[in-house]
Design a protein. Sequence first.
Length: 136
Amino acid sequence: MSQRTLVLIKPDAVRRGLVGAVLSRYESKGLTIVALEHRQIDAAQADAHYAEHVDQPWYPPLREFAVSGPLVALVLEGDEAISVVRTLNGATDGRAAAPGTVRGDLSLSNRENLVHASDSPESSEREIALWFPNLV
Ligand code: CDP
Ligand code: MG
């Protein structure tokens, strides 16, 4: 089933010059980029994006990271795109993520882990509406 998923290439990836390397993995997999934008977000956008996490003790440093520099937001489309992109990205903690995944190969952090991807059809719908309201 074709799906769309919201991906963020986070500020650490932009700072490290890894945008192209990360995008290349998604394109090589066969996913289609249907929206893409370089963007600097503010705290309100970070809070809206991470609504499920705002009460976590680790949220304030996550928000600081999310607004620390530009990121690249995109929407990918393809067969089972939501789970496919989560698998390509790897486990949340880069230290534990499997080799071959974006995080497993390129991140050594539980916070600065390079990428975000929607985790369910409901999240995808909410996040695409938040980031790309004109696409819905
Ligand atoms: O991004 P993912 O869905 O894999 O993980 P999450 O559990 O939904 O957490 C969202 C983001 O919060 C992670 O990708 C990390 O950047 C950050 N995080 C953090 O800063 N500290 C933690 N203890 C856990 C997650
Ligand atoms: Mg998540």
